[in-house]
Design a protein around this ligand. Structure first.
Ligand code: PXL
Length: 280
């Protein structure tokens, strides 16, 4: 069975079940080696807690990368999530273009920028522009509708049809170029439905599923980590998106059992199901 080394670059929100506290366990459960480059350390995520601390780690990036290069370490895949500063986004570009990447290393960007039509706290148009530069280099991106709209200067809508989605996908494909895949979350065509769309050169695939009334930080990170874990197990992008959507939904179902659990998604109790879905 293949065993890949992946580097994930995103923040540590110490409490809050998102970013690295989700990516590490999920990627490890996928049976691969998960290495991390923390982009920032926060006491909690920014989605609902007040007065959180934020310690930016951008300045550490060049020395960490230099050390790894001197140790001849390289990665089969890179996965970026929440990036805390402008300069950091450009440094990530340097990392994926350095000897840390092999010729055929996979580069997946979850362009974490916002949700429900608005940017996360602390983000602005400059960050969006930097993320637009980063996705040019990516093989696969995993935006939600808000992020896809931000990246393409499209008006955000909650009620839409396939033509609207195709319009956004067309603009993303223009930015990214040919041979790339867009995995868009939050794509549902009626009020009780959401789902995921997978788009690559002229091909589209939709996986609709029920919409649960629970909108919390970290859902996108669970989806992205589970998707990449499935890819690293040899599943194609459509099957990986299906597995990730099923696992995310299962995690949300666990969460709604306890209405007091407002800040994150309880994925831990269903990690075993994820491993089973991977066919491991
Ligand atoms: O899950 C996305 C995310 C990641 N990191 C931080 C966040 C959020 C969303 O709120 O605040 C710090």
């Amino acid at each position: 069975m293949s065993y890949k080394r992946i580097l994930t670059i995103q923040d540590i929100s110490c409490v809050g079940q998102c970013s690295l506290t989700v990516a590490l366990p999920v990627l490890s459960a996928s049976g691969n080696e998960a290495c991390i480059l923390p982009s920032a350390v926060l006491s909690t995520h920014t989605g609902g807690f007040k007065g959180y601390t934020f310690h930016d780690l951008t300045d550490d990036f060049p020395a960490v990368a230099k050390h790894w290069i001197s140790e001849k370490i390289d990665f089969d895949a890179f996965y970026t999530g929440y990036l805390g500063s402008l300069r950091q986004i450009d440094l990530v570009n340097d990392i994926v273009n350095s000897p840390l990447a092999k010729k055929d290393s996979l580069f997946v960007v979850d362009p974490v920028l916002g949700d429900n039509g608005v940017l996360y706290k602390g983000f602005n148009a400059e960050i969006v522009a930097a993320m637009r530069r980063l996705i040019k280099r990516a093989d696969i991106i995993i935006p939600n509708i808000t992020e896809a709209c931000q990246l393409t200067d499209t008006e955000y809508r909650t009620d839409f049809d396939k033509e609207y989605i195709r319009g956004i996908v067309g603009k993303l494909q223009q930015i990214m170029g040919r041979g790339k895949t867009i995995v868009m979350t939050g794509v549902g065509f009626n009020p009780n439905e959401t789902g995921v769309g997978v788009f690559s050169d002229g091909e589209e695939f939709y996986y609709p599923h029920i919409k649960l009334d629970k909108n919390v930080s970290g859902t996108g990170d669970i989806f992205a980590s589970a998707f990449i874990g499935a890819l690293l197990n040899g599943h194609d992008t459509k099957k990986s998106a299906t597995i990730a959507a099923d696992f995310t939904l299962l995690s949300i179902k666990e969460t709604v059992k306890n209405p007091a659990h407002w800040y994150g998604v309880k994925f831990e109790t269903v990690l075993g199901e994820y491993i089973r879905m991977l066919g491991r």
